[in-house]
Write a protein that binds this ligand. Structure first.
Ligand code: XIL
Length: 321
């Protein structure tokens, strides 16, 4: 999340010590056509990070939504070869410069989708016929950089049903000796997200006793609560608050942020928290699931700290006071 303006860069350098690539390092950007790589955006991001002593999270080597069609044609041997060529080229290029990779993004079945779990019925699962592609991806990444930290990353991991799938999936990878170092929890929150459920998921992964690290990888706090049909087809989305987010909404967001960080600080396996954007004006949630003014981050459109920022940095700050 480098941001496009110098104000974004100033905020990044002032308040953060690492960055994640919002889209610059996804397969459809790095290799839109087979055998053709475009590293321009990723190089720019990583050069900037290096020049400014920021750590880099590489996001993401495999994501069903960002997979060009050519990856998924042919026999399993051919698919595996294409995946390995892509991953080894990318990870090798940035060896020692990208410390953390989201190797596989969003492979877990959703709580609202039909069984069987734990793996999500994506284009990858269908093309390969099973979840072997997850193993191929992790092994290729490990071979290309033995020192990088390799993560499985997913959203809604606080949901109890999805938590069960996540635990089963990670356990099966551990049982098979797959080189996984950690689990990323995206944490795209909505107003009702219960931090106790986030804690329960972190505990469940800790309780695998595998020494996994846990990262919060895409934290934002949506001010809207939408039904599934809004995400699916833009239907029945919550009405736009407009330019001025109500104070009580920002206060509730601040309380959620404080509850989250008060909890995280007690969890020793949590070693990284990444916000999915710098300031409200450049959040993906202004365009997803519909175009609407959102304010899900810690800084507002004028780059000023919001109540949520005060709530997590100043224990004496009185929320709504
Ligand atoms: C989103 C980016 O924020 C957008 O800019 C891009 O157009 C689509 O992807 N889960 C993820 C992220 O893992 O990669 C997604 O990022 C948001 C949901």
């Amino acid at each position: 999340m480098l941001g496009n303006s110098s104000r974004d860069q100033d905020l990044l350098l002032d308040q953060f010590n690492g960055l994640s690539a919002e889209y610059e390092m996804k397969p459809d950007v790095l290799a839109p056509r087979e055998g053709q790589f475009d590293f321009s955006g990723a190089d720019r991001l990583i050069d900037f990070a290096e020049a400014n002593n920021l750590s880099v999270r590489g996001h993401a080597l495999l994501w069903h939504e960002a997979t060009p069609d050519y990856f998924l044609t042919g026999t399993n041997t051919e698919i595996r070869n294409k995946l390995e060529t892509f991953i080894s080229t990318v990870v090798d290029r940035y060896r020692g410069r990208v410390e953390i990779w989201d190797v596989v993004n969003e492979p877990i079945l959703n709580w609202f989708e039909p069984e069987p779990g734990p793996w999500r019925n994506t284009n990858w699962l269908q093309a390969v016929g099973g979840p072997e592609y997850v193993t191929w991806a992790f092994e290729a990444a490990r071979a290309a950089d033995p020192n990088a930290k390799l993560f499985l990353n997913d959203y809604d991991t606080e949901n109890p049903t999805k938590r069960g799938y996540l635990v089963d999936a990670v356990q099966s990878l551990l049982d098979a000796g797959v080189p996984i170092d950690g689990v990323g929890h995206q944490c795209h929150f909505i107003p009702g997200t219960d931090i106790n459920e986030v804690r329960a998921t972190l505990d469940a992964i800790d309780n695998l006793f595998a020494g996994l690290e846990q990262h919060i990888t895409e934290l934002d706090m949506n001010i809207y609560t939408d039904p599934g049909e809004c995400w699916e087809r833009g239907a029945n989305c919550q009405a736009d608050y407009g330019a001025n987010t109500p104070d009580d909404v920002l206060a509730a967001q601040a309380q959620q942020a404080r509850d989250m960080f008060d909890m995280l600080i007690t969890r020793t396996s949590v070693t990284n928290v990444t916000l999915w954007g710098l300031q409200d004006g450049q959040s993906w949630l202004n365009g997803n699931p519909i175009d609407r003014t959102n304010s899900p981050l810690l800084f507002n459109r004028n780059y000023e700290p919001k109540p949520a920022f005060e709530a997590i940095t100043d224990p004496a700050y009185v929320i709504g006071g």
